[in-house]
Structures are given as structure tokens and as C-alpha cells.
Design a protein around this ligand. Structure first.
Ligand code: PRP
Length: 216
């Protein structure tokens, strides 16, 4: 039995806040994470855990390489990156959808020319259009993908839609929803074997708390 803290890679930002609230519901003291300042590795001493704050794609990298045992990351990044790890549970928060969107009032599927699609998620976009047997040019954009059709770089975008406000305020609309997304708990394959009991206990406490949320 090891005493090393269980290391959890946590996606910075929205998922971080929801995960901290969940852990507090489980009774863990997350003061260090709440008062982190610029620190990136924070202890949760009463849970023998350590939180590592990272960008979504890096959460997967750290978990895959086994330098973090567990990760909290959006299904969007999981679908985009794939990789070797286990997905243990749906945390229920961070809900949004992948969607194909285009300028309002345009008929995206009309015409015969090859369409250009801007996206932060080229693999998701490629698979989506492959499933339709549709040939498209994909342009990778790093942020605010909604700009691409406005600047006439792309005919459409494949991106995350949560409230729909960003699309609406920029004169775009959903053409088709691709897949629903939410935050997932992932685990390194070796950690799951070596620390099975601790991880399973944490997961069952999380699942219990989520069930209670649903009932509330
Ligand atoms: C995401 C996404 C959309 C926006 C959708 O961007 O890429 O731009 O949120 O949310 P809404 O439907 O509620 O308006 P994010 O805020 O992660 O920023 P980014 O574009 O800089 O990645």
C-alpha cells in the first residue's frame, strides 16, 4: 500500500470549478485549490490527493504517461485526441454539444463545391464529414472559431455549443448537432491496477454524490 498522494490532472477553468465543488461535496478540503494563486500543483491533504492544473489536452497527456493517475477532462478533448487510458465515469457537468454551424440563413449543404470547415477539433470534424461521405477542407483554428465564416475563411465551423450565445451574437446558427459532451473522469491504465481500491472508492463516492444531485 503506497502513501503517495493520488495525483489528479484537472482541466483549468470551468471544469476546475465544478470538480472542486464536487470534491467539497464529498467532504474534501479544497482550500489550497481555491486559494491557488499561480501555483499549479495543489494538495488535498485529507483525501491524500494532489491536484495538477493543466490545459485539457495536457490532462490527457499526463494521464496517458502515468505522471497523473486520474484526470478530469471534457469528452470533446477525449474524442479529438483518443489515446490509451480508461474513461471511468461521466461527471455530468460541463455539458455542451459539438455542432456544425454556418452563417444564419445560408443553406450549408447546397452546391457542389468542396466546403471549407474551420475547427479547433480537426479529427472530430473529419470523422463527422467522413460519416456523411462528404469531402471537405479542414482548417485548424486555435480559438474563437466563429470568426472564420465571418471573415469568409470557411463555409462552416465544427465547434462546441453550450448556450448558443456566441453563435447568435455573431450571426451564425447550428446546421446540425454532432454529439453531446460532458466532463469525464479518466484513469491511467497502470494506476487503475496499482491503486485500484483507492480509485474505485473515489469513483463510487463520486457516483453516489452525482446520484444525490440528480435527486435534488
Ligand atoms: C467555446 C466554444 C464557443 C463557445 C460556445 O469557446 O469554442 O466559442 O465556448 O459557448 P456558448 O454556446 O455558450 O456561447 P471557449 O469559451 O472555450 O473559448 P475559446 O474559443 O477561446 O476556446
Amino acid at each position: 500500500m503506497t502513501n503517495k498522494p493520488l495525483r489528479i490532472a484537472l482541466t483549468k477553468g470551468r471544469l476546475e470549478k465544478d470538480t472542486v465543488s464536487l470534491f467539497e461535496k464529498l467532504g474534501f478540503d479544497c482550500t489550497a485549490v481555491r486559494e491557488k494563486g499561480r501555483r499549479l500543483i495543489l494538495p488535498i491533504p485529507d483525501g491524500n490527493m494532489e491536484v495538477v492544473l493543466a490545459k485539457a489536452a495536457d490532462v490527457i497527456t499526463y494521464v496517458e504517461h502515468g505522471v497523473c493517475d486520474i484526470g478530469v477532462v471534457g469528452k470533446d478533448t477525449i474524442i479529438e485526441m483518443e489515446g490509451k487510458f480508461f474513461e471511468l465515469c461521466d461527471l455530468g457537468f460541463g455539458r455542451c454539444r459539438f455542432a456544425l454551424a454556418a452563417k444564419k440563413g445560408t443553406d450549408f449543404y447546397s452546391g457542389f463545391g468542396v466546403k471549407t470547415i474551420a475547427t479547433k477539433y480537426p479529427n472530430v470534424a473529419r470523422k463527422f464529414f467522413e460519416s456523411k461521405n462528404m469531402d471537405v477542407d479542414i482548417v485548424k483554428i486555435e480559438g474563437s472559431v466563429e470568426l472564420a465564416p465571418l471573415l469568409e475563411l470557411a463555409d462552416g465551423i465544427v465547434d462546441i455549443v453550450e448556450t448558443g450565445v456566441t453563435l447568435r451574437e455573431n450571426g451564425l446558427e447550428v446546421v446540425e448537432y454532432v454529439v453531446p459532451i460532458s466532463a469525464r473522469l479518466i484513469v491511467n491504465t497502470v494506476s487503475l491496477k496499482l491503486r485500484q481500491q483507492e480509485i474505485e472508492e473515489l469513483v463510487s463516492r463520486i457516483e453516489e454524490a452525482l446520484k444525490n444531485n440528480d435527486r435534488a
